[in-house]
Design a protein around this ligand. Structure first.
Ligand SMILES: [Zn+2]
Length: 252
């Protein structure tokens, strides 16, 4: 059985003290380390539906911050690794800072500009480079908390926004906040998605619609990252979550 390692990043910045921002240097070191260990880069859908290698690496970015285009693309391009961006389709292209509970305290701060999403042209450029552009719904809600009709609009709507903008059907979705339940997964399938990104530590039985991605954060130093990315720790997070949390807490 092949090992599919999926990393979940958000913003890319060495100036923004947000927990979910990592520096371009961090990404470069983390990804080159994995390539040296024999991982082969792939887009998210390909990785979870039909992994191209024994050790497959898929790098994903949630929320489509502009810093992914400006900071991550220049380090990933020379490494020859295509990434996947999960886009809240009603919010990108607006040039207005995106915010929701958990990030809205940056509005009005000196770092507000970090919340700016990519434009559709920038997403088109990444797509032309071989990156996958997937859905992160239309407006980034907690999907389990909204009614069936709103859920359908978020899922089907974002999928058709992407098809219209990129001229190609969209196959993948990342559930905002890593939040899902059985109904969310079933509704995503009905909306036409065949690959779904969740977060490690919240998935016991991975499948293509519920793939546990390893969230990577600014505080993850080399040792902590190596352990988080290891097959043993990923297994432990599926079966012995508390032990995994205890071990991770001790690492930098
Ligand atoms: Zn998100």
């Amino acid at each position: 059985m092949s090992d599919v390692l999926s990393l979940c990043y958000h913003a890319v910045s060495d100036r923004w003290p947000a927990g979910f921002a990592v520096s371009a240097d961090q990404i470069e070191r983390q990804v080159s380390g994995l390539l040296e260990r024999g991982y082969v880069g792939s887009t998210f859908s390909a990785a979870v539906l039909d992994p191209p290698a024994q050790r497959t690496l898929t790098i994903t970015f949630d929320d489509a911050y502009r810093s992914v285009f400006e900071e991550a693309r220049p380090v990933l391009e020379p490494l020859g690794v295509p990434a996947t961006v999960f886009v809240p389709t009603a919010l990108v292209g607006s040039e207005r800072p995106m915010a929701w509970p958990g990030t809205d305290h940056w509005l009005g701060s000196a770092h507000e500009a970090e919340l700016t999403p990519m434009s559709w042209d920038e997403l088109g450029e990444l797509h032309a480079l071989g990156w996958e552009i997937g859905s992160h719904t239309r407006t980034h809600p907690h999907l389990p908390a909204i009614d069936a009709e709103a859920m359908r609009d978020e899922l089907e709507g974002s999928r058709s926004d992407l098809a219209e903008r990129l001229g190609e059907p969209c196959t993948s979705i990342a559930y905002p906040y890593g939040d899902w339940n059985d109904e969310v997964v079933a509704a995503s399938r009905r909306a036409g998605f065949s690959a779904g990104g969740a977060l490690a530590g919240r998935v016991r039985r991975p499948d293509a619609m519920l793939w546990p991605r390893v969230g990577v954060y600014g505080k993850d130093g080399p040792a902590r990252f190596r352990v988080k990315a290891s097959p043993a720790m990923r297994r432990l997070r599926r079966t012995g979550l508390w032990r995994a949390r205890f071990l991770l807490r001790r690492l930098r």
